[in-house]
Design a protein around this ligand. Structure first.
Ligand code: AMP
Ligand code: MG
Length: 406
């Protein structure tokens, strides 16, 4: 019996995974990282009561009867621009012209927006509408209160969080260090881009695709030169890779004559899991090597990426202490029939299509695990249960979104 994907994920995540140490980074370097401190605001935000409109600061009470038929005239004492608080206060019968974001003058309690005013003569304004106290006003502390915890350890720092950090005055912030992921492709046939291809050789694409996936997951990839298919070479590379936090290899985990990765793993570390009931990616391997989590991913380019997505990415996110390490899964109807039936769980590279206001899943035609072109713009993996199908258009299947975390 092969392990199910869920069982394999559970076993991998139950493994004692080290959490990365923390480091201090500047605001922009913090983007995409995981917050390693709770952020408490030292200020009320906004710091002062201010106008949310361009208009006139007033006393709401003065305008309680104002309408287009019966405008109320007020004396304009001056203009308050953003960044320039007024030294004087406002008395009944008076108004200040005020800009969005400018501090409300002492004594005012509302703003009537420009659209509801007329200027009959200099230093006078006619209000054409009543305002409630507090209308068009952003009170001090409305957004965040002094002493309030605004952000929590474990949050992924996206643009709004960068904005909040700047708002509360942070120039630097503590984050978890990026896990370093060592990537070692194995195979006698592999040649890196830029080097000459002899007959029978192919390009090493996995190292680069896995490095890109590691970057996207928030890690720091370290590409090692490919290892030839001998136990000695593979063992040597894995030892070199042990300065990283996670070790990934691709290729050499199947049942071929030159598939040495599992041997090296069980001799020099421990092999904890091999083969999962999935397509592509069945021979995926997990264990501990040089005290590091080790993944032996299959060599087929699509298998390598699918197993990275399902098994490696969650580990990277966990080690970064992220609260968000699982992808969102939606139930979506098929846009076209899907007729392939397999005895293993099938992770099908798919696009999403919007037709009217409905979202559909649209699998790529070619699903062979060596076909990379059908991964090109894949946004999703449709999950087809083992021994099920064929499916008609409109039938609903679970779909893993490759673009968002839950
Ligand atoms: P393996 O798992 O070593 O049996 O490899 C399975 C298939 O993937 C073979 O066709 C390999 O040539 C191919 N392959 C293995 N490693 C890579 C790589 N790094 N880049 C591209 N293709 C690879
Ligand atoms: Mg191989």
């Amino acid at each position: 019996m092969l392990l199910t994907v869920e069982e394999a994920q559970k076993r991998i995540l139950a493994h004692p995974l080290p959490i990365m140490p923390t480091e201090r980074v500047s605001l922009l370097q913090a983007w995409g990282r995981v917050l390693a401190e709770d952020i408490v605001s030292g200020d009320d935000i906004p710091r002062f009561t201010n106008s949310s409109m361009d208009g006139f600061a007033v006393l709401a009470n003065d305008l309680s009867q104002a309408s287009t038929a019966q405008p109320v005239a007020l004396r304009v004492k001056g203009t308050i621009a953003a960044g320039h608080p007024s030294a004087q206060s406002l008395a009944p019968g008076e108004a200040y012209k005020i800009m969005t974001g400018a501090p409300l003058p002492e004594g005012a309690d509302a703003v009537v927006q420009s659209e509801w005013t007329q200027i009959p003569e200099e230093n006078q304004v006619l209000a054409l509408a009543a305002v409630r106290p507090g209308q068009n006003v952003r009170p001090k502390g409305q957004d965040i209160q002094r002493g309030e915890q605004v952000l929590q350890t474990g949050s992924v720092i996206k643009a709004p969080i960068v904005g909040i950090l700047a708002t509360v005055g942070r120039k630097e912030v503590m984050v978890y260090r990026k896990p370093r992921v060592a990537i070692i492709a194995t195979g006698d046939e592999l040649v890196d881009p830029g080097q000459e291809l002899e007959p029978g050789k192919i390009r090493n694409s996995n190292s680069y695709a896995l490095a890109a996936s590691s970057l996207a997951a928030g890690a720091e990839p370290l590409i090692f030169p490919p290892a030839a298919d001998t136990q000695e070479m593979i063992s040597q590379r894995f030892r070199q890779a042990s300065s990283a936090d996670i070790i990934l290899s691709s290729g050499g985990v199947s049942v071929g004559d030159f598939d040495w990765v599992k041997n090296v793993l069980s001799t020099e570390g421990s092999l904890e899991l091999w083969r999962v009931n999935m397509k592509p990616g069945k021979p995926v391997t997990f264990g501990t090597l040089h005290n590091r989590p080790f993944f032996g991913l299959p060599g087929n380019p699509v298998s390598a990426l699918v197993t990275f997505e399902l098994f490696v990415r969650p580990v990277i996110r966990m080690m970064m202490a992220s609260h968000h390490w699982q992808r969102r899964v939606l139930s979506l109807p098929l846009y076209q029939p899907f007729s392939e039936v397999h005895d293993r769980r099938h992770y099908v590279r798919s696009r999403l299509v919007q037709d009217g206001d409905r979202l559909y899943v649209w699998p790529y035609q070619k699903q062979d695990s060596a076909v990379q072109s059908s991964w090109r713009e894949a946004e999703a993996l449709m999950v087809v249960p083992e021994n099920s199908g064929p499916y008609r258009s409109g039938e609903v299947l679970p779909v893993i979104l490759l673009t968002t975390d839950s």
